[in-house]
Design a protein around this ligand. Structure first.
Ligand code: V4E
Length: 214
């Protein structure tokens, strides 16, 4: 399990030029289709849990524990931090808990996707992204430029921290990279999901907004 620390930013006509100027190296372009799942009552997303299938693999993003007050104030407002879980039995445990299934006797099969039916999970969002990725001199920092098929273009500065690693240091790296990229805003930039839900699932969006998840 690792923690993904990330700051999103809006891309403009100069973004590619600026990346080149700061010595970013393009390490490739790829395309992927994401499907996100939840119950009709939003058991997962109301807990800020994001269950996704990408290229045939399951992944669950879950919130991390809060940092202490002073750290929270300084950098965290612009960054998101999520645990990334890719181990299917671990995903099942967490989903089972979130949907409130207390029957520990009968385990759904990991082989097929009967667990989706058992926990009434259905796809609520799906979209395709074309992503160009860049590495930077700052160790462990990656910048992704995402173009979603519903017309949203967003950049991400990202650092993956192994379990128990230094999240604060990752945020400092992100902050230095943001400065190099000339990012000045002090507001969190919307992710692809926020923009998608606003247009395609207004009720789901309104509920998550009300509960301050988005
Ligand atoms: C965590 C989360 C969602 C899951 C997808 O997260 P995100 O990193 O935005 O997508 P993507 O395609 O870049 O995934 P990656 O390839 O990096 O794994 S959907 C909504 N959230 C919560 C969330 C939030 N509340 N605010 C912001 C700015 N982003 C995400």
């Amino acid at each position: 399990m690792s923690v993904e620390v990330e700051r999103k930013f809006l891309c403009n006509a100069d973004t590619l030029k600026t990346l080149e100027e700061i010595g970013a190296v393009c390490v490739g372009q790829r395309q992927f289709h994401d499907e996100y799942f939840d119950t009709a009552e939003f058991h997962l997303t109301l807990r800020d849990m994001w269950l996704r299938k990408r290229k045939g693999c399951w992944e669950l993003k879950c919130p991390t524990a809060k940092l202490d007050g002073s750290e929270e104030q300084r950098d965290a407002a612009l960054c998101t931090r999520y645990k990334e879980i890719t181990d299917l039995p671990e995903i099942h445990l967490r989903v089972r808990e979130a949907v409130g299934d207390e029957d520990m006797e009968t385990c759904p099969s990991l082989e097929d996707e009967s667990w989706l039916r058992r926990w009434k999970l259905a796809c609520f969002a799906e979209f395709t992204t074309v992503r160009r990725s860049f590495t930077l001199q700052e160790e462990g920092v990656q910048v992704d430029l995402d173009q979603a098929d519903f017309g949203y273009h967003v950049g991400e500065i990202e650092v993956l921290v192994p379990e128990g690693g230094d999240v604060q240091r990752a945020m400092e790296k992100i902050s230095r990279t943001a400065q190099q990229l000339g990012l000045s805003g002090d507001k969190r930039i919307e992710g692809k999901m926020t923009v998608y839900l606003k247009t395609n699932r207004p009720e789901h969006y309104a509920r998550l907004l009300k509960e301050q998840i988005l």
